[in-house]
Ligand binder design. Sequence first.
Ligand SMILES: NC(=O)c1ccc[n+]([C@@H]2O[C@H](COP(=O)([O-])OP(=O)(O)OC[C@H]3O[C@@H](n4cnc5c(N)ncnc54)[C@H](OP(=O)(O)O)[C@@H]3O)[C@@H](O)[C@H]2O)c1
Length: 225
Amino acid sequence: MSTFKNLIVFGAHGKVGQHLIKLIAKSSVNATAVVRNDEQAATIKEISSGGSNITSAKLDLADASVSDLAKNIKGHDAVVLTVGSAGKNLLQVDLDGVVKAFEATVEAKVRRLVIVSALFAENREAGLKSGLRNYYIAKHYADRILVDEFGDKLDYTIVKPTILTDDSPKGKIRIVQSPNDDYGTITRADVAQVLFDTLGFKDTFGKSYDIANGDKSIEDPKTYQ
Ligand SMILES: NC(=O)c1ccc[n+]([C@@H]2O[C@H](COP(=O)([O-])OP(=O)(O)OC[C@H]3O[C@@H](n4cnc5c(N)ncnc54)[C@H](OP(=O)(O)O)[C@@H]3O)[C@@H](O)[C@H]2O)c1
């Protein structure tokens, strides 16, 4: 059971984010779900069955200053970032937006941060092959800044899933070892479960994982060793 009990989730209204909010709603963990408007806040309320452990805050990562973000992060004990602009605003959201969130996390004196990136984002060749070059460039530099500039200030975990699907959760994953391996797919529900479970796994601090559905239990800390 994670020692982190008070989360702030950026991208809570996204597809992975909503799976994560549903998991949190059933747990003893509290969360602030970051949304962009009142309609999204209503959806969060609905999917968390009105549970009092989930509240919403309205923030836009492209517009918010580091100090706005820090004010919202303060008082939580971990930050989850499952944000993405779906290619529409890569510089302001996928790159600068998340880097502002790293800075704000430090300013708010929170150490734990888990972020969703993309399979082999550290590898430029993988980005080229994917056909999503600008998307991969944004993910690459955001991850690189997190590791190089914030590695000693944040206990981060970078979760890098392969292609996401909306299939039912399988509960099992594998760590993809090389861009030349078969990288399959992974369900968004399983990615949410990985985010939730790894929060409390100390062995995942300062590490990144390329993941696909596989045969290892998401809930088992050994899967991430
Ligand atoms: N699709 C894939 O196959 C794939 C593969 C690997 C990794 N990923 C990554 O997985 C993550 C989650 O994917 P998903 O399918 O859950 O994506 P999604 O449904 O598009 O969710 C992305 C979330 O980011 C939020 N967002 C976008 N711009 C924002 C801004 N300016 N300020 C604050 N929040 C903002 C969205 O808000 P709204 O709800 O308002 O739109 C949404 O909640 C993303 O980082 C994505 O890049 C995707």
